[in-house]
Write a protein that binds this ligand. Structure first.
Ligand code: FAD
Length: 377
């Protein structure tokens, strides 16, 4: 490889690829649209699985760093009824295969593991031109260009690289989250802190669900899920000025629920954030195209199912290892990577037994519990 591997997007997938390439001594540059690592808050906790996300971290040589950021006790999972009654609880005995970490911390250990300058911040890809023989010219919003013989689109749901390979476009998946946070929960939101418990809590119901987890620093982070068309949400304004009316409308959907649960909507300490779910078609794939590929959400975007970040990281690790195994044959590496990745992502999207009352849980720990309860009838 005569030019650095060119990755668009410094999310978890792109950074894992960059790190694995670096471990194998392969030059790499990551172009990221955001202006700095702190340009945007990185969201809540992620459970990192021993069958995908952790394998990626092993390949990246970052298991010690990973263990250092695990938040102990957060694998506790509870299922709660609308009136706040706890139906089931799975305790965290320290042996679970899905430790929870803050997404921002995970991204930080990946960034810290790369040589300075690997990530070029504030470089938003605006266009890509195929030059033939597997070479591509990438154009940035600031007018600059680079030419590369290996382009990897790790730029998420709305990838600018994807159109080179496929016509697929994400579509609204029928459900949106309203994301909220409650700070200093044990002192300021005592009842809600008690119902959420020490880890994750899910309260499902037909077409709606409240999911919350206890983060570090005594914060409760919640996703309030509603299966409604986008038009319905479009009528709500979640910007600072009108957030109260939007919050009241969402709370109305949960009016018979226990106040300790609805407080996750009404007592939020930050303006709620609307997160509509989009998905690419299940089984999305393409014919091999020289010099370019995709990973993570750019390939297999799905409504949140607790696997997306884990899969993106495993994609990155496996692509890095395939390139290291075939240093003189990019096409052989890309073929090997894509065959395994396509099979894996189809399997993840069609995972069975996770739906309860018509709504999927966002969190894979919750999915495990819901599956168990489904099996029990
Ligand atoms: C509310 C919510 C909760 C979730 N919870 C979980 C969970 O519990 N567990 C789990 O495993 N997954 C979860 N997911 C899914 C997970 O967040 C994604 O699957 C994962 O982030 C995908 O990683 P990625 O690296 O492919 O893309 P991303 O994380 O989206 O990173 C893409 C990067 O590319 C950059 N970029 C975009 N466009 C350009 C451009 N034109 N030029 C340059 N850079 C660009 C972006 O700024 C970003 O940094 C959740 C998703 C949501 C929405």
């Amino acid at each position: 490889m005569h030019t650095p591997v060119t990755i668009t997007g410094a999310g978890l997938g792109g950074l894992t690829l960059a790190r694995v390439l670096h471990v194998h001594g392969i030059p790499v540059t990551v172009y990221e649209a955001e202006s700095s690592p702190s340009a945007r808050t990185q969201g809540g906790m992620l459970d990192i699985h021993d069958y995908n996300g952790q394998l990626a971290l092993k390949a990246a040589g970052l298991m010690d760093e990973f263990h250092a950021i695990v938040i102990e006790g957060r694998q506790t999972m509870r299922l709660v009824e609308q009136d706040g009654t706890v139906l089931h609880e799975m305790a965290d005995d320290g042996t679970g295969g899905r430790p929870e970490v803050q997404r921002g911390e995970l991204r930080r250990i990946l960034l810290d593991s790369l040589p300075a300058g690997t990530v070029r911040w504030g470089r938003k890809v605006s266009g890509i031109r195929a030059l033939g023989e597997g070479r591509h010219e990438v154009t940035f919003a600031d007018g600059g260009t680079v030419v590369t013989s290996l382009l990897v689109g790790a730029d998420g749901a709305w990838s600018r690289v994807r159109p080179l390979l496929s016509d697929a476009v994400p579509e609204y998946a029928g459900t949106s989250f309203v994301e909220t946070c409650l700070f200093d929960a044990d002192t300021r939101h005592t009842g809600t802190a008690m119902v959420v418990g020490g880890g994750s809590m899910i309260a499902p119901s037909p077409g709606k669900e409240i999911f919350a987890h206890r983060e570090s620093g005594d914060t409760l982070h919640a996703y309030v899920a509603l299966s409604r068309p986008q038009d319905w949400f479009a009528a709500l304004d979640f910007t600072d000025a009108d957030a109260d009316a939007a919050v009241a409308r969402i709370a109305q959907e949960f009016e018979v629920w226990a106040p300790e649960l609805t407080a996750l909507i009404t007592d939020a300490d930050i303006p709620p954030v609307l997160r509509p779910h989009y998905a690419l078609p299940a089984g999305h794939r393409w014919d091999r195209a020289p010099g370019a590929t995709l990973l993570g959400d750019a390939v297999h975007l799905a409504a949140p199912n607790g696997e997306g970040a884990n899969l993106a990281m495993l994609d990155g690790a496996e692509l890095g290892e395939a390139l290291a195994a075939h240093p003189d044959d990019i096409e052989a590496a890309l073929t090997e990577y894509e065959q395994a990745m396509f099979a894996r992502s189809t399997e993840a999207v069609t995972f069975e037994g996770t739906e309860v009352h018509g709504i999927d849980s966002e969190n894979s720990t919750a999915r495990t519990m819901l599956k168990m309860i489904n099996e029990q009838g």
